[in-house]
Ligand binder design. Structure first.
Ligand SMILES: Cc1cc2nc3c(=O)[nH]c(=O)nc-3n(C[C@H](O)[C@H](O)[C@H](O)COP(=O)(O)O)c2cc1C
Length: 173
């Protein structure tokens, strides 16, 4: 039987180990959407966070090859849709390389503050693009929040390369 890895032994700082390390950072799952003059699109993302309360800012990291990035750049705004348990199929569509225009066509959504909001999302935010910052093979997009919404349900989770759902302990904070 292989021995468990010794946490005290440093591993090489290579992309495989990097992926494994960050794969242990359990996150929610979101879809970043946008709609502009040359079309609409979206991508599944977990590299996002709240950035500032005053002003209200959120950030998302786009792989430079993500087709959603030029749509966001052109539209100057993006939507952040936090998915709930049961929306794995939505996450898979937006993680795919389906023709960009077809992704939103197949998913029920509406426009809020100029950005596509996916029906049934656990929560959403509409952001106006404020800054794009280079970060290696990714681009960090900072957006100012102009509208917010809350849905119902439990979060869809991503951990060690798989979708999960949790029995939540709602009475403890
Ligand atoms: C759970 C999950 C999280 C992801 N997070 C990101 C992310 O934060 N940034 C990113 O650029 N791609 C992320 N991806 C990969 C994109 O969803 C994928 O490359 C997608 O095809 C991009 O679509 P697009 O080319 O239509 O923009 C993630 C994929 C999954 C399954």
């Amino acid at each position: 039987m292989p021995l468990p890895p010794d946490p005290a032994t440093p591993l090489p700082p290579d992309p495989e180990v990097f992926r494994e390390v960050f794969g242990r950072f359990a996150t929610g799952v979101a879809v970043i959407t946008s709609s502009g003059p040359s079309g609409s699109g979206g991508m599944t993302a977990n590299a996002l966070c709240s950035l500032s309360l005053d002003p209200l800012l959120a950030l998302v990291c786009f792989e430079n090859r993500a087709r959603t990035l030029p749509i966001v750049r052109e539209a100057g705004r993006f939507g952040l849709n936090i998915l709930r348990t049961g929306q794995e199929d939505v996450a898979r569509v937006f993680a795919s390389k389906l023709p960009e225009g077809e992704k939103l066509e197949g998913v029920d959504h509406r426009l809020e503050a100029g950005v596509p909001v996916i029906d049934g999302a656990l929560a959403w935010a509409a952001c106006e693009l404020r800054e794009l910052i280079a970060g290696g093979d990714h681009t960090i997009a900072i957006g100012e929040v102009v509208a917010l919404g809350l849905g119902t349900g439990d979060p869809l989770l991503w951990y060690e390369g798989r979708y999960h759902s949790l029995p939540l302990t709602r009475d403890r904070r």
